[in-house]
Design a protein around this ligand. Structure first.
Ligand code: UT7
Length: 339
């Protein structure tokens, strides 16, 4: 039997309308546009301001656009994987809510929790499910409402994060030399002290004390995370290049987690892959955690050509890290016309 390759056949995204720019942020906390721009590359981020709306709302918007764009029959979707670190509820899963709202009849759904690596891990899992031959079509979503876990009194973290969602459709094909090529993922497991939310989980459930002490927001030791991120992403990409006998010249695009422009530039330098090949939209959205990578795909889809080697790499709380090598399966312009 012919081998089944897993390919992305469509990309869509959603970002909320509200734009929180550096100037407005400077009026909320002791910071300024110059510091944020030079230290992070971020100029503005989107915020989901409507009360009562969570991550599933953005995920659903992205998935709906994806179904419209790809024109596939929703009843042929076998699974929805939602990568998120800001689920609507502790349970049920955000993926189950998205599935329900989309009215899918033949699918099952589950969340993947791997912070900023979530989408890349979920994409890998979905590709392997497709390669198994059991599933025909899977929607993979990366979505996060980071504003829900960001302390807007903490200038060290609040400029970094934004809200958004991106979705891709993964399908099987017997065509050779396209789709997922290889992946290399690692979890260090020593990241807890440096990047976490103290309360709201089973170790420290919510209480008046946790709310009074603002323990439901992201805490980050920025410099430590920065160092780990650059080393891990650079090393992971190197492993994949070597293992697949590729050089930096074989890579058409790098899709890097959008945490900090300086981190992205450092990874580019480490790999010797020029910034022209590294896709960046952090200036508009900030760090949307699991949504970063699919939002990059959404923004740059029209530039991709069939056969392009794309190197994904991400790093996040845990510490989790990894890289994924993927050969793009269609001429981006054709798909963009369908929008
Ligand atoms: O996606 C999950 C993974 N996360 C990441 O990859 C993030 C990794 N870390 C980073 O991106 C960077 O470490 C930050 C952007 C978080 C911080 O940049 P930094 O260059 O590491 O700054 P720093 O924390 O070392 O702070 C430098 C100075 C400090 O002042 P002093 O001690 O030198 O006087 C801070 O108090 O900048 C000060 N500072 C600010 N000043 C103005 C910190 N935040 C701000 C601010 N505005 N918002």
């Amino acid at each position: 039997m012919a081998r089944i390759n897993a390919v992305i056949t469509g990309v869509a995204g959603y970002v909320p309308d509200y734009i929180l720019n550096n100037e407005e942020l400077s009026r909320m906390v002791d910071t300024n546009d110059e510091w944020i721009t030079t230290r992070t590359g971020i100029k503005e981020r989107r915020i989901l301001t409507e009360e009562g709306l969570g991550t599933s709302y953005m995920a659903r918007k992205a998935a709906k656009l994806l179904l419209k764009k790809t024109e596939v029959d929703p009843d042929t979707i076998g699974a929805i994987l939602v990568a998120t670190t800001t689920p609507d509820y502790v349970h049920p899963s955000t993926a189950s809510i998205v599935l329900g709202k989309l009215g899918l009849k033949n699918a099952f759904a589950f969340d993947i929790s791997a912070a900023c690596c979530g989408f890349m891990y979920a994409l890998d899992v979905a590709c392997k499910m497709i390669q198994s031959g059991v599933y025909k079509r899977i929607i993979v979503i990366g979505a996060d409402k980071m504003s829900a876990i960001t302390d807007y009194r903490d200038r060290a973290t609040c400029p970094l994060f934004g809200d958004g969602a991106g979705a891709v459709l993964v399908e099987g094909t017997t065509e050779e030399n396209i789709g997922l090529v290889d992946s290399y993922h690692r979890t260090d497991g020593k990241g807890l002290p440096f990047l976490h939310i103290k309360a709201g989980g089973s170790v420290c459930p919510s209480s008046r004390f946790t709310v009074d002490h603002r323990l439901h927001y992201t805490y980050q030791e920025g410099r430590t995370v920065f160092r780990y991120a650059v080393t891990a992403m650079g090393d992971d990409c190197d492993v994949l290049l070597k293992r697949n006998n590729l050089t930096k010249d074989d890579i058409a695009h790098v899709v890097c987690h959008q945490a900090n422009l300086r981190i992205i530039e450092a990874v580019s330098k480490r790999l010797g892959i020029p910034m022209e090949k590294v896709l960046v939209n952090i200036q508009h959205y900030g760090n949307t955690s699991a949504a970063c990578m699919p939002l990059v795909l959404w923004d740059f889809e029209s530039q991709f050509k069939k056969g392009d080697n794309i190197l994904f790499t991400a790093f996040g709380a845990g510490f989790v890290n990894g890289a994924l090598l993927y050969k793009w399966a269609y001429d981006g312009k054709t798909a963009a016309d369908k929008k």
